[in-house]
Design a binder for this molecule. Structure first.
Ligand SMILES: O=C(O)c1cc(=O)[nH]c(=O)n1[C@@H]1O[C@H](COP(=O)(O)O)[C@@H](O)[C@H]1O
Length: 231
């Protein structure tokens, strides 16, 4: 839901049904529309992924995670780069709740990074090695999964098990623009690689017929899953 206006976002939501997909609310729409929009979509039955990528001192991230959980969201994420203490604080904030508990995932290496940008910020090794290191931290802290590129999904599954979610942005249906993403795969490739949740933004939001693109991606995913089950 990376739209610049609530009206545009709502127009797409009105064409979709909960269960066919989830809604991801990130920094641009959240900064514009705030928590009330998230609560309204949750009330309407949507699974909302609150993608604010919290990255701060442990105490602040814990408070932000509690606030996210109070909104009733389905999933919330933090940056694994915040380190073990921050991940543990996020986990305690959410895992210690008696009421609703969102899934908690950690962003490993942003899908807009490649080797050149990792070198520039001084993150050691190849992107897939950094993803593995950060996945290790998220697993040790007891999180529900990581956000990574689908190119790393198979390795994450091997490292942390089938139940550990692999949420993958950088998904591009064949023929769509790469934009600022660097580590990309198509929906079918991402599913075959072991992604559990695909994140798709601009190929939908910038399309002339967004609901049609959502449906076509859902079909591509369903066909891939069926083919996989038949093997
Ligand atoms: O956590 C995320 O959702 C995220 C992590 C990441 O590594 N890369 C990434 O692109 N995202 C988000 O996923 C969405 C991808 O959007 P598109 O590139 O337009 O498909 C954006 O909302 C990003 O903020």
């Amino acid at each position: 839901m990376d739209y610049d206006s609530v009206e545009e976002a709502q127009r797409l939501v009105d064409t979709l049904t909960p269960g066919s997909c989830c809604l991801k609310v990130g920094k641009s729409l959240f900064t514009r529309a705030g928590p009330r929009l998230v609560e309204a979509w949750v009330r309407d039955g949507w699974d909302v992924f609150l993608d604010l990528k919290f990255h701060d001192i442990p105490n602040t991230v814990a408070g932000a995670c509690r606030a996210a959980a109070d909104l009733g969201v389905w999933m919330v994420n933090v940056h694994a780069l915040g380190g073990p203490a921050m991940l543990a604080a996020a986990k305690t904030a959410i895992g210690g709740r008696t009421g609703h508990r969102p899934l908690l995932t950690a962003v490993t290496v942003l899908t807009s990074h490649d080797q050149t940008t990792l070198d520039a910020i001084g993150l050691r090794g190849a992107p897939q090695d950094a993803v593995a290191r950060l996945t290790g931290l998220a697993t040790a802290a007891g999180l529900d999964g990581v956000v990574c590129s689908a190119q790393e999904a198979a390795r994450v599954r091997a490292q942390s098990g089938d139940d550990f979610r692999r949420v993958t942005p950088g998904v591009r249906p064949r023929g769509s623009a790469q934009d600022d993403q660097r580590r990309i795969l198509t929906p079918a490739e991402a599913m075959r690689a072991g992604a559990t949740d695909l994140v798709v933004g601009r190929p939908v939001t910038r399309a002339s017929d967004p609901p049609q693109v959502v449906e076509s991606i859902a079909n591509e995913v369903a066909i891939t899953v069926q083919a996989h089950a038949g093997r």
